[in-house]
Ligand binder design. Sequence first.
Ligand code: FES
Ligand SMILES: [Fe+2]
Length: 401
Amino acid sequence: MSDPKYPLAQRLITSTGNVVVDGPLPERPTGRALVPARAYTGVEEFRLEEARIFAAGWVWAGYAHWVAEPGAVHPVTIGGKPLLIVHGDDGRIRVFHNACRHRGMALTEEPMVVARRIQCAYHCWSYQLDGALAAAPFYGRDRRSKVDPAVADELGLLAVASHVWAGLVFVDLSSVNTDPQACADDFTHRLGPILNRWSHIDFGRIHFAEERRYDIDANWKLVVENFLDFYHLPFVHPQVGPVTASLDIDDVALHPDIMGGTYPRGAAGKADKTERPLPWLGAVPADRLEQQDIFCVFPNALLFLEADWFQVIGFHPLAPDRTVEHMAVFVDSAAAGAEFASARTQLTDALWRVNEQDLPILHRLQVGRHSPASDLTNLVSHWDQIGALFQQRVAQRAGYR
Ligand code: FES
Ligand SMILES: [Fe+2]
């Protein structure tokens, strides 16, 4: 189901019977890149995208499994701003600005687990896991002096709008409303089209299987564009299956911020990833068992869903030419046991391999962005409309052209 406010791009059917959305690319290539090459190399453009894209709406910040227990604290940087993901005593995951309310020192740069309080190393102010100021020693210059409660109320860590969905922690740095229900409502509204599309999956059942970190020497946009590039699959990932199966993919544009594809004939013809099938992610209806979806939730959550596994590539852009990916694989909780250990390993090995095959491609795409020819590229309407929709969104949000 799509967002009724967003009219789906008109669909065109190709000679292979696949759907291509009617995106920004005309039939004849234009020789003009939708996003200028400087946006992949320039520091000024990188800062602009941090402010206008990463600090201006819901973005992936990290994984719930990074803060698996109460007292777990995990620092991340989003839109250039240091944040802390914190698992509270009450089981809730909250996100705060990672700056002490006294002199603004970052509370930690490393993940840690604290007993009950997060303490600043400078003057030892400490905070409860819900962000409230717990103590500020010698505040009034003597041992027993306490901060006036009305003043202490003003000195808690500053919260950031956040929401946890499917094991993923999202934040919205542009929102001032950090009330959990308001965050949940806004997130659900903004991501409605994908939540609806995947309403047959019980994400409450997912079990974190494994994670790998990839430090990539390429601009973040190339990471997304490559994820949305279905044309390269048979050439770079031939093990995935015969050409006809790997190219049998339909474009799907759910929303200006949610674009990707689906295999209309499901897994038919594709190589099996595991010898032993894994249990489905909950009670998946029979007519959805073969569904395989690939979506970018703009800008930095790249999701791949099948009936028995869920793969996420969340990433943090660190510099114009450096992006750190955190790729995680989730299975159903019924697949968490030792009897599925080797099937889980087969699955994750197959998925890591696909991702690792893309790394040299990303490197060379970045090298190419220093060429003047990179402003004169030719995306093709038969293949690249989804990638072009992503680039169009970047250009709109960042204000290119
Ligand atoms: S800066 Fe944190 S207590 Fe002073
Ligand atoms: Fe690839």
